[in-house]
Structures are given as structure tokens and as C-alpha cells.
Design a protein around this ligand. Sequence first.
Ligand code: GRF
Length: 199
Amino acid sequence: MRVAILISGGGSNMVTLVDSMTGDHPARACLVLSNNADAGGLEKARARGVPTAVVDHRPFGSDRGSFEEALSEHLSNASPDLICLAGFMRILTPVFVTRWAGKMLNIHPSLLPKYKGLNTHARALDSGDIEHGCSVHWVTAELDDGPVLGQAKVAIKADDTAESLAARVLKLEHRLYPSVLRAVSENAPLPVMIDASKR
Ligand code: GRF
């Protein structure tokens, strides 16, 4: 299976996905695509021999359609079986989501359906939640709303800040996303559930 990965920044999730696709894993990374030419993840992808491409969203301004057409051109050329959004920070229109429906996964730093959107760690803290985590889901037209394929959870500690919580959740993302990708690639049982909340 061919996997394209979309990033906007450091690409720590992309790195763990690429590094997981080895040996008898049925999938391999075929493209790392970013909306940000300065994304740190691009160099990490190149160092791993993965083809990269950049479509800077800024010249397109509010014309999301044309930006997404440029993304789809790179994706079509790479003919991916799966597309993993990994720290990709642009909202995608229903047109793009429909074009790639059934192939696109995303990782979101909350226990969906809680805390769709941004600032999830601060919101979990502010709500007084005792646990938090991350979810991998199929991408559908509504933001952070598709069927969940896996979740990993941690206990929130009394002295947690949004930063300390984010760091712990990110480590879980790096376990969850490769596990879900492998399960999807092998048609293995889903959802993948990781419970790191034991106090
Ligand atoms: C992180 O905040 C992560 O929670 C979310 O995207 C951001 C950047 O991730 N999934 P990455 O290091 O670029 O993969």
C-alpha cells in the first residue's frame, strides 16, 4: 500500500509513521506533502528517502479550491492508497474531502468527540477532566468528526499544564497513529485502543 502524509510543521507524527512502515508492513510512504516550505518535517522526510512536495497555501489567499486542486495534483501523481494528515493545519473543504473520501485519516489531540478544533489540552484542563488523549479518525466533511479508528488516553495530573499535557499526548500519538495505520493496512481489527491512564 502507498501512503501519502500531509504535514505543516515539525512532522513528528510523520516520522513515526514513515519509520513504522518497514519489513513485513504492507505499506510504504510514497509522498510527504506540506503547505509550508519551512516545515521541519520536509528535511526529515528527505533524510528518509521519501519524495516531498510543497504547495504554499498563502499565494492562494481565500481561494481554498485552487489550493486544494494543487494538493490533489501532487497526490494523484503519487497515487496513494491512504492519506495521513499528520499535524496538517489547514481546514479542508468538502470538495477535497469527497475527492479523497475513504482514504484519508487524521490524528486529533483529544478523546473525540470531545474537544474538536484547537487548544484541546487547555480545554480539557479547564473542564476539570481526569483524562485526555488522542484519536485517529477517517476524515469527513465536518471537522474532526469522522468514524474513530483508534484512541489513546492518559490521566490528567493535578500539576499538568497545557504544555505538559500536550507533550504526554504527543508521545501517545506516536504510538497510536502507526498502530492504526498498520491495522488499516492489514485489515486488522479496529478500533485500536491504548490505555496509558493507569495512575
Ligand atoms: C501536534 O500538536 C499534534 O498534537 C497534532 O499536530 C501537532 C504537530 O504534530 N497532531 P507533528 O509533530 O507535526 O506531527
